[in-house]
Every structure is written in C-alpha cells, then in structure tokens.
Design a protein around this ligand. Structure first.
Ligand SMILES: Cc1ncc(COP(=O)(O)O)c(C=O)c1O
Length: 374
C-alpha cells in the first residue's frame, strides 16, 4: 500500500496520497549504445541550434554569475509584451513552460477538482494536476485529433482547467482558430482554458492561430509559449504565459522568487530580436515535414499531418517491423526517435524534423528496415 490514509501513524514520512501513483515524465532518449554522437530526433528540439545573438547574450551573462536575476524578468517582460503586443502585467515567466504549467495547476486545483485534456495530451499537465490531488480526465481523440465535443462532454462542476496543446504533441494535429473559439464558447466561465502553444510557430495553416487573440479578450484563457522550440533555447529553460490579470497575479504569488536565470532572460531577449533564425527554422521544418510525410507515406507508412516540428508515423504490427523494433533499428544506425507507447500509441514513432540530410537518411533507413525495394 503506497498511500495509507493515517500518515501520522506511519513508521516513516509518507508522501501525500496519490503522489507515488504518478508516472514520472519520460524524456526522449539521448543515448544510443555504441554510438558516440547519435542524431537526436527524439526531443522536438531545434536542429539548427539557436540564434547567434542569443548565444552571445548567454556568453555575456557569464559576467554576472554571482548575482540573483530579476525575479520579475522585467526586461524580458517588456520585450515579450512589445513583440506580441500584450500587456506586460499579464505575463508570467517560468523555468520552462513546464514550470508555468505546474504553477497553473497549483493555483486552480484542490483535491477533488479535475482537469480535462486530450487522450494523447502532453504528459506534464496530468503530472501537475495529480500532484495537487486533482483528477485527470482524458477526452477521446478520434483520428488522433482533439475533438471539441468530446472535451466539453467531460467538463463538470469540478472542472477547473482544460488543457489543449495546439498543435498537439505527440500527434502533430491542430485545432483551427474557429474550433478553439467554439471550445471556449462551450466552457462555463469558471473553467480556465489553457492553450499550450509550444509549437505554434511551426504551424503554417492560415486557419490556425496561437490563441493570443482569444486570450486578449477572454477572462478565462491562458496561452503558454516557450523559447525551447522555435528559438532553440531548451537547455536554458524559459517559457511564459499570457493570462488574465487575476491569474498572473495569483501565479506570481507562488512562483519561486528567482525562477528564471539572467542567462535565460538575456538570451530570450536576444532571440526575440533575431527575425532571421526563427524564419529559417520554420522554413526547414516545413520542407522536412513535407518531405518525410510524402516519402514515408510512399513506403506504405501512415504519417499524421503535422503542424509541429515533428511527424507521427504508424508502423506495421508484423513481427520484425513494429514501432519498438523500428526505434531500436534506427538507434543502431545512430538515429534516435521517440517511441510513444507511454502516450497510448504503441504502434507509432514520433520523429523530430532534422536537417535535410537527416530526413533523407531517415527515409533510407525506414526503407531498409521495412524491406521496401526502391
Ligand atoms: C506540448 C509541450 N508543451 C510544453 C513543453 C515544455 O516546454 P519547455 O521546454 O518550455 O518546458 C513541451 C516540450 O517538449 C511540449 O512538447
């Protein structure tokens, strides 16, 4: 029994009920046995690195390792507010979006409350909710796509938060702006809609937007963004949210006082000033996504249309050609991709878009693995 109710009578300190039932987050693999420098296409990182301007700002921050950062990140706050035309006081910064998502759960949930998310939704929402004693409800995603009606069906009087990832990870599918507005319109005003726009910059569908337009006018919408993906600053851990004023104020009260570093803040400011790097990143991803979708499709694999910097590919169930075997085969050849069985997708692999040469190698390796003559 992991969670006895009478913790005061236990023979040792026992974590709160539910904590030990949480499955830890599983990151993409970064090592391949016997291969010194594998190509990592398992973490949806930016294969181009980051802006040289961001790198220079990071290096310059080495002069200030002895001082605490500005906990409110005012310079970055102003830069983000200006860049996206947002009110600075409605912004919240965190140690990656991951922390912001945790803080949102902590602010809104108490034991017995629930969150609703997609069946294949990003794992961090559920971890954060369960850590507060909240229940997690998974809305079915027919055809690997969020479904507004399925989400709304699960909302009840104890629902406090609805999380959507748009475009979604790991599926890559997205809701267009009209669908998100319909979801929002169907929610009671007491429910916060959290739109995780981690990959929004990569989605080039004109009917899509990141939700900021809706969040500007709604009292119950939070949009989160990250510097980890389009700006390639994943290691610095910096993300942000645009929230209603009451929410940003509440989050600020429980936020660790110095949760974002000087290096991260300065690099993020520099990244925002560089228009070239994000444009190049989107161009590369769009080209690679189209190439992989078409070429892997040509090998007989089902590739889900993606709006992110990754594609989800379904492998056969035939012994010798399965996802788990495919992942191992690719790793032996120095390419790491992401098995997504832990997301309930045991037949799929998620592949981050690489450089053109990586994408070509990926297609050749899949052809070899599947035994498809070309
Ligand atoms: C959907 C989604 N949201 C949030 C994050 C985390 O972003 P950050 O690096 O800002 O914590 C990720 C990272 O993989 C993600 O896939």
């Amino acid at each position: 029994m992991t969670n006895p109710t009478d913790r005061g009578a236990a023979d040792r300190p026992i974590p709160r009920p539910g904590i030990l039932d949480i499955t830890p987050y599983k990151p993409g693999k970064s090592k391949a046995e016997g291969i010194a420098h594998p190509i990592k296409l398992s973490g949806n990182e930016n294969i181009l690195g980051c802006s040289p301007m961001a790198q220079a700002a990071f290096v310059a921050a080495a002069d200030r390792l002895n001082v605490y950062p500005d906990g409110r990140a005012d310079a970055l706050r102003d830069a983000v507010a200006k860049h996206y035309d947002l009110e600075p006081e409605r912004l919240v910064f965190g140690d990656g979006t991951d922390e912001v998502l945790h803080l949102i759960n902590q602010v809104y949930l108490e034991p017995g409350d629930n969150i609703v998310q997609g069946q294949y939704g990003f794992g961090a929402y559920a971890i954060g909710a369960r850590a507060t004693g909240g229940e997690v409800r998974f809305a079915p995603e027919p055809n690997l796509r969020l479904d507004v009606d399925e989400i709304l069906k699960l909302v009840d009087g104890r629902t406090r938060l609805v999380f959507i990832t748009n475009p979604a990870n790991p599926t890559g599918t997205w809701l267009n702006a009209a669908e998100v507005e319909r979801l929002h319109a169907g929610l009671p005003p007491s429910v916060m809609l959290v739109i995780d726009a981690a990959y929004a910059e990569f989605c080039t569908d004109p009917a899509f937007d990141d939700g900021l337009k809706l969040a500007r006018k709604a009292a119950n919408v939070i949009v989160t963004h990250t510097f980890s993906k389009i700006h390639g600053l994943a290691s610095l851990r910096i993300g942000w949210a645009y929230a209603p004023l009451e929410a940003s104020d509440a989050i600020d009260r429980i936020r660790p006082p110095f949760n974002t570093s000087i290096a991260a803040q300065d690099a993020a400011i520099a990244a925002l000033a560089d228009e070239d790097f994000p444009a190049k990143s989107v161009e590369l991803v769009e080209r690679g996504r189209g190439f992989l979708t078409q070429q892997l499709g040509g090998l007989g694999l089902e590739v889900t249309p993606s709006g992110g910097n990754y594609v989800l590919v379904r492998l056969p169930t035939t012994p010798g050609k399965t996802a788990i075997e495919g992942e191992a085969f690719l790793a032996r050849h120095g390419y790491l991709v992401r098995g997504v069985a832990n997301y309930g997708l045991p037949e799929h692999l998620r592949i981050t878009i690489g450089l053109d040469e990586h994408n070509r190698a990926m297609v050749d390796l899949f052809a070899e693995f599947l035994g498809v003559a070309r």
